[in-house]
Write a protein that binds this ligand. Structure first.
Ligand code: NDP
Ligand code: 8X3
Length: 270
């Protein structure tokens, strides 16, 4: 019965042409994938992106089948400016009016002291978390500016609020996301565009596995003794921010699990 109601509402929304489009970068796992499912369940049309083509196409199919929505899957590396511009400046006409942009694609590479950290890791983090976010946003905002409508949701981190030992350039990249979000909010104010920055603490996704380059033991130790946030917790929070009335914009939101305070303090009691 509940499914029937949901399908009916989605059908009605489609017939009335009320469907909104949400673009989620980094939707092949973790927070991005959880966001894709959350917005799909609410009847949104989705543009999902990522580098891992097989996964992206698998989730495109799954989301379309499960939620009876349209999903456009775009495979590109956000670090590659030409690839970002090629994909996003050539969206099919019916996909151009993106209402919500979730700048989620990102990563930490390594957790090393400043003097021993790998320069390639630093470049990867800055190119992905900062440059990638800028390339994607610049490609999407012209139609938001024109329509005087839109919501940009940037994925920051508690690491963008406080520095921790061996966090160095990952923290710097998320401090940049924090600053860029504030700058966007000010500059885009005249166009009625909402900008929200979300800053999670520890979320159990593939994040730690990527950070520790496939070392499962190290990755698992990130969450030892705590019940971390899940991708779904963050997706619920983002969805809430996106559903507020037109005159309300959450600017900046820090969210941790109950056993974490800031970047450094944990109550690791299991
Ligand atoms: P995951 O590793 O599970 O997901 C990261 C996503 O980003 C994947 O879909 C990956 O797709 C995509 N991605 C990474 N690099 C690129 C790239 N160069 N081009 C395109 N897509 C890319 O981690 P999370 O879900 O946890 O991370 C999502 C965001 O949340 C990141 O910005 C992260 O910094 C932030 N965050 C995470 C926290 C955590 O504790 N997990 C806490 C605070 C913030 P693919 O590999 O297919 O390209
Ligand atoms: C991820 C959270 O604390 O590992 O952004 O940097 S932390």
């Amino acid at each position: 019965m509940q499914m029937l109601n949901q399908s009916f509402v989605i059908e009605l929304v489609l017939i009335l042409g009320m469907t909104n489009i949400v673009l989620i970068t980094g939707a092949t796992s973790g927070i991005g994938l959880a966001c894709a499912k959350k917005f799909a369940a609410a009847g949104y049309q989705l543009i999902i992106t990522g580098r891992r083509k097989d996964r992206l196409l698998h989730f495109q199919e799954e989301l379309q089948q499960t939620y009876a929505i349209k999903v456009l899957a775009l495979v590109f590396d956000v670090q590659n400016r030409q690839a970002v511009e090629h994909n996003l400046n050539n969206l099919p006409p019916e996909w151009r009016a993106v209402d919500i942009l979730i700048n989620n694609a990102g990563l930490a590479a390594g957790r090393d002291s400043f003097e021993t950290a790998d320069m390639n890791d630093w470049e990867t983090m800055l190119n992905t978390n900062v440059h990638g976010l800028l390339y994607v946003t610049k490609a999407i905002i012209p139609q938001m500016v024109e329509r005087k409508k839109g919501h940009i949701i940037n994925m920051g981190s508690v690491a963008g609020k406080e520095i921790y030992e061996k966090g160095n350039v990952y923290c710097a990249s998320k401090f940049a996301v924090d600053a860029i979000s504030k700058a966007m909010r000010i500059d885009l104010l005249k166009y009625n565009i909402k900008v929200t920055a979300i800053h999670p603490g520890a979320v159990e996704t593939e994040f730690a596995l990527v950070r520790f380059k496939g070392d499962e033991e190290k990755a698992a130790s990130t969450y030892t003794g705590i019940i971390p946030l899940t991708g779904e917790d963050i997706a619920d929070t983002i969805f809430y921010c996106s559903q507020l009335p037109p005159h309300v914009c959450i600017n900046d939101l820090v969210i941790t699990c109950t056993q974490q305070a800031g970047t450094y303090y944990f109550n690791k009691t299991g």
